[in-house]
Design a protein around this ligand. Structure first.
Ligand code: FAD
Length: 402
């Protein structure tokens, strides 16, 4: 190709432009983004940025010397794609045709319909800034959903001395990604830090008309709140591709753009990376959408290698994510499906420093670390070992997160 259009100016969009230049692409790179700012890092939005410890300038993903030489088209929304001519339609009427298109539109926070003022979701810098403004001393915060974002916001708010209630329909926080046993360990972490945890109960509705005053639970109890955060998951931002002919996964299976194991879609010259993409996972034997920072950063280099026809070299590592809660670094890698046996190999639930291994038929398939960085790294290497599928070469962009 001599021209590449990247739709989505987030982590995966930025990593795509970077990988193109690192792998010798000298043509035109156009990056389209609907936020008006250059790519920035989202993990601090629920952590240090929300706590007021990190400023906007520290979130920038571009390094001064990376010479992307890209054309940035920001503050505009892609509304359609013709995958045959690889033409992207923008909401200002512009049409951009190129030799290759990379879809990197990420995901959006799921919202509660009809929510009054004071109910927040956190996906963008603007969202986090708006929430930060409301997290003043004396405020009562209710967090709906104890997934990663909800759990981290609860942790940050406790750090600011705010009263926090976390409401989770599942029996424990993070029970989905970590399983119920390790979810209970995370529950202990919240409780040890003064969070009122209400697990196993659904939300029936929000209280208040103009401004939220609390959350009504399905068991009839009311949780009074001045501010509410809905941490109820994210949906892939692919609505603009509906009807384009591009293969989209059913929402029930996680949704996203269906790709092969290197990010190619069902149209030549059209690729997808990051949160919005469901790559084929050889190990699971199915398409799978991953919403983690490290995968969104690393997979674009694999996809670019395939786009430019470079010979395959390095196997992709198993999915990995981390989360910071109450000063504890939670790290997880591997693929669990809920059928595994979990054993604690080091540390204890009481001291929140567990190393837990998930085994299926006796074989380790996933590892969880809580404040166990060294042991975790050793296990991560072991899980990344052969057998691995060979994919186009991965560059190793300098890591900004562990
Ligand atoms: P995004 O970063 O969402 O970027 C996509 C961009 O495309 C956005 O700017 C979006 O506005 C834009 N866009 C969407 N639709 C269109 C359109 N039609 N036209 C133009 N532009 C469009 N992961 C971890 O592993 N560990 C963590 O601790 C962690 N913490 C997180 C904390 C928060 C608050 C959030 C929100 C996420 C966190 N993540 C974490 C997840 C990680 O940030 C994401 O996996 C990553 O940002 C995905 O990158 P992406 O480029 O695919 O999507």
């Amino acid at each position: 190709p001599t021209s590449v259009t990247v739709v989505g100016a987030g982590l995966a969009g930025h990593a795509t432009a970077k990988a193109l230049r690192q792998q010798g692409f000298t043509g035109t790179i156009t990056v389209i983004g609907d936020e008006s700012v250059r790519p920035y890092d989202r993990p601090p939005l629920s952590k240090d940025f929300l706590a007021g410890l990190t400023g906007v300038s520290e979130l920038a993903l571009e390094l001064e010397d990376e010479a992307l030489d890209a054309q940035w088209v920001l503050g505009v929304h892609a509304i359609g794609l013709d995958p045959v001519t690889r033409t992207v339609a923008l909401d200002d009427g512009t049409l951009i045709a190129s030799d290759a298109v990379v879809i990197a539109t990420g995901s959006r926070a799921r919202r509660m319909p009809g929510a009054p003022a004071g109910v927040h979701t956190v996906r963008t810098l603007a969202d986090a800034a708006a929430l930060r403004e409301e997290l003043k001393p004396g405020v009562r915060l209710a967090v709906i959903g104890a997934g990663f974002i909800g759990a981290e916001i609860a942790s940050t708010a406790r750090g600011l001395g705010i009263d926090v209630t976390v409401i989770e329909a599942a029996p424990a926080p993070l029970a989905g990604p970590l399983g119920p046993e390790m979810g209970r360990v995370v529950a202990g972490l919240h409780e040890a830090n003064g969070v009122a945890l209400r697990c196993g109960v659904a939300v029936a509705g929000l209280l208040g008309t103009e401004r939220v005053t609390g959350v009504l639970l399905a068991d009839g109890t009311e949780v009074p709140a001045d501010v509410v955060v809905a941490g109820i998951g994210a949906v892939p931002a692919v609505e603009w591709l509906e009807g384009s002919g591009l293969d989209l996964a059913a929402p029930g299976s996680g949704g996203g753009v269906v790709c092969d194991a290197v990010g190619a879609t069902n149209f030549a010259g059209v690729f997808a990376v990051g949160d919005c993409s469901a790559w084929f996972d050889d190990v699971r034997g199915r398409h799978h959408r991953i919403e983690h920072w490290t995968d969104s950063r690393d997979r674009p280099a694999v996809m670019v290698g395939a786009m430019l026809g470079h010979p395959p070299t390095t196997p992709l590592r198993p999915p990995y994510f981390w989360s910071d809660q109450y000063g504890v670094k939670i790290q997880f890698t591997g693929r669990r499906d809920g059928t595994e046996e979990v054993t604690i190999e080091a540390g204890s639930a009481e001291t929140h420093d567990i190393l837990a291994v998930y085994r299926r038929d006796g074989e380790p398939v996933a590892v969880l670390g809580m404040n166990q960085p060294k042991l975790f790294t050793r296990w991560r290497k072991q899980l990344s070992g052969p057998p691995g599928r060979v994919v186009p070469s991965q560059s190793d962009p300098s890591p900004t997160h562990p």
